[in-house]
Design a binder for this molecule. Structure first.
Ligand code: KMH
Ligand code: ZN
Length: 290
């Protein structure tokens, strides 16, 4: 089913250059009380997803909340969320397997049972502010093997240059991912991870496996420098309230869609317009399940 009014011819990887825009609308860290525009209910998430697709997003990176707006990896809620997003948008549904820093490895592995198109897969442990986001090698390996078994396409989340070494090790050990294409996301500017600046974007992009595509996201005030560096370097973009709750210094973001609109406008200026979901699926090797 197509949810927009533009009926385009079937997409192919040879179509002109474009920019894959991922929206990460919620995350596990911000509190609804502090960020009232954060989508925490299924209804809010679906509304956000529709707005973000209209603004130029092709992928949605999903964290969900419970009835009290606390992060959860509840399996039934995750499955309902995947279904609702599929019914109301064309977006590629990527569930977070990172969850919150307090989530167990077992619960994080079980995320795949909700049947998403894609999932995040972080390639190493990182200090995460005052916490630790734990991703030891045996867990990474088991999660990756499970994505292969279940044909869920992973996006390799790289918070530090050392995570790229682990990505190479993983591919050498277990072979290519479901869908056959390696796509990475550089998560930059986390306190404890790699900095969000031009030199680090260039260094990380140069170290990726041959043929890989990549997005970048800058946390907090690194959002704009990372976005501009990624566009200049041939990368794709991830934006959203998970990564930054501000639009500019001292000015809270009005919505996720506002952040997507800005990313799409910059991509357009760079002459790499936002890719619609059907072309993003071709790029990432993700079939449409609808
Ligand atoms: N919430 C962070 C601890 C992911 O989604 O895969 C982990 C995270 C990464 O957000
Ligand atoms: Zn996340």
């Amino acid at each position: 089913m197509t949810h927009d009014t533009n009926h385009r011819p079937a997409a192919s990887r040879q179509d002109g250059p474009g920019t894959l825009i991922t929206v990460a609308p919620t995350g596990a860290e911000s509190e609804k009380a502090a960020v009232p525009v954060l989508p925490v209910t299924l209804e809010e998430l679906v509304t956000t997803a529709r707005e973000c697709q209209a603004a130029g997003a092709a992928v949605i990176h999903v964290h969900i909340r419970d009835g009290q707006a606390r992060p959860t990896l509840d399996g039934a809620r995750l499955a309902d969320t995947v279904q609702a997003l599929r019914e109301s948008t064309d977006l590629i549904v990527q569930l977070s397997t990172g969850g919150a820093v307090t989530d167990s490895f077992e619960r994080r592995l079980a995320v795949l049972d909700a049947g998403p198109d894609a999932c995040s897969l972080t390639c190493g442990t990182v200090n995460f502010g005052d916490e630790v986001f734990a991703n030891p090698w045996p867990f990474i390996r088991e999660l990756y093997a499970r994505t292969q078994e279940l044909s869920v396409v992973p996006e390799f989340e790289l918070f530090d240059l050392g995570h790229i070494a682990t990505l190479h090790r993983l591919l050498a050990d277990l072979g290519p991912p479901a869908g056959g294409h390696v796509h990475c996301d550089l998560v930059m500017g986390v306190p404890g991870g790699m900095p969000g600046d031009l030199a680090t974007v260039a260094a990380a992009a140069a170290a990726l496996p041959e043929g890989a595509t990549w997005s970048a996201t800058g946390i907090g005030r690194t959002s704009l420098p990372v976005m501009l560096a990624a566009l200049a370097g041939g990368g794709h973009l991830r934006v959203g309230l998970e990564d930054t709750v501000s639009f500019a210094r001292g000015r809270p973001a009005a919505s996720n869609a506002e952040l997507v609109q800005r990313a799409a406008a910059l991509a357009g200026l760079a002459q790499r317009p936002a890719l619609p979901p059907d072309r993003a699926r071709v790029l990432l090797g993700i079939p449409d399940p609808r």
